[in-house]
Ligand binder design. Structure first.
Ligand SMILES: Cc1cc2nc3c(=O)[nH]c(=O)nc-3n(C[C@H](O)[C@H](O)[C@H](O)COP(=O)(O)O)c2cc1C
Length: 349
């Protein structure tokens, strides 16, 4: 599947309204692989997006879903966090959402992906059972599991994944770790992780995390990846559904760094350092998706009040290099940059 792409560039699935069918179709039409994000929406909303993208491209595309995990939550710590956030919510005349667990419509989403025979299906936050994976493969889908460590890569290979998306520490958005506890994340950067996993499993690898320029794509291909997956690089494209405040924050000098935090959702995720992240990083327990539900109305109210200091501004470490240009043009520019690097290296050798 990856070798049939005319361009080894994958647009990362980005939940929360960023990965629109228009964005994914533009990347697929440019010869890469565009992704829809199934996370946070209902199975039927996801089906509608699949139907829409099919009107925009005949090329293959992917859909990503979150694997549900039920883990122990420190309810006292969650309650303490809730009480503190209530004061913030009041400032925006918002109410906190119910801090509850749910499975993000998992079974219904699997059924839709199966019925719609989606060309590429990818999973994050865990690895589905070998039964689920083989059912998709038998149905003609190419199955990708996102991993952040050698151990996770070995599990995904055993369960029968066709390829692995290797997510380095530099990546924007949620860490894809299978578990959500303090020891789950080894925090390895992309080039090191690619080599650790390359030695352990014999599957095509897709590199993700901090890739913003053709030079970075050339680097991960040289390091053994079959394709590069870029998220933050596509955030400012006109087809991206990212909130305009989020798009602007990427180039706003008041934001000077990214950090990984559980403050917004209860699961580690990398975003621009803003007031919310600084004030609540230490208070937020590991409780996903409880804290996502708890803070979602507050974050929406902050966006409506044009206050980026209280929004989740997911971004990878290379955020400053994100360009405001149509996604298809960006794919072509990235490939031009890759070719220049390869030609330059050929001259050196
Ligand atoms: C705004 C945003 C939303 C994201 N949402 C998802 C998602 O729904 N599913 C997923 O597997 N990865 C998600 N990611 C992570 C990407 O798949 C990928 O690992 C990351 O974007 C790569 O790093 P980069 O942003 O530095 O390119 C998201 C990333 C961003 C920036």
């Amino acid at each position: 599947m990856l070798h049939t792409l005319s361009v080894p560039i994958i647009q990362a699935p980005m939940a929360g309204g960023v990965s629109t069918p228009k964005l994914a179709a533009a990347v697929s039409n440019a010869g890469g692989l565009g992704f829809l994000a199934g996370g946070y929406k209902t199975a039927e909303e996801m089906r509608k997006e699949i139907m829409t993208i099919r009107t925009l491209t005949d090329a293959p595309f992917g859909v990503n879903v979150f694997v549900p995990n039920e883990e122990d939550v420190d309810m006292e710590a969650l309650l303490r966090y809730q009480q503190v956030l209530e004061k913030e919510a009041e400032r925006f005349s918002a109410t906190l959402g119910e801090a509850k667990w749910d499975d993000d419509d998992w079974e219904a989403k699997l059924s839709v992906l199966y019925e719609e025979k989606v060309p590429v299906v990818s999973f994050t936050f865990g690895c589905p059972s070998s039964e689920v994976i083989s059912k998709f493969k038998d149905n003609g889908s190419f199955v990708i599991v996102t991993v952040t460590s050698k151990t996770e890569a070995q599990i995904a290979a055993q369960q029968g994944a066709d390829a692995l998306c290797v997510q380095g520490l530099e990546a924007g958005g949620h860490r894809a770790t299978f578990r959500n506890d303090e020891t789950a994340d080894e925090n390895v950067s992309l080039l090191v992780l690619l080599q650790q996993i390359r030695e352990a499993v014999d599957l095509p690898l897709i590199a993700a995390g901090g890739i913003m320029h053709g030079r970075d794509i050339a680097a991960v291909l040289a390091a053994g990846a079959s394709a590069a997956q870029l998220g933050t690089a596509f955030l400012r494209c006109p087809e991206s559904g990212a909130n305009p405040l989020h798009k602007n924050a990427l180039i706003d000098l008041q934001f000077q760094a990214t950090a990984v935090t559980r403050a917004f959702t209860g699961r580690p995720a990398r975003g621009l350092v803003n007031r919310f992240l600084i004030e609540y990083d230490k208070l937020a327990p590991a409780a996903y998706p409880h804290i996502h539900h708890m803070t979602k109305h507050l974050r929406k109210a902050a966006a409506q009040a044009s206050d980026p200091q209280m929004m989740s501004l997911w971004a990878g470490q290379g955020y400053r290099l994100a360009k405001d240009m149509p996604a298809g043009e960006l794919v072509r520019l990235l490939m031009k940059e890759v070719k220049e690097v390869v030609e330059g290296m050929n001259r050196l050798l």
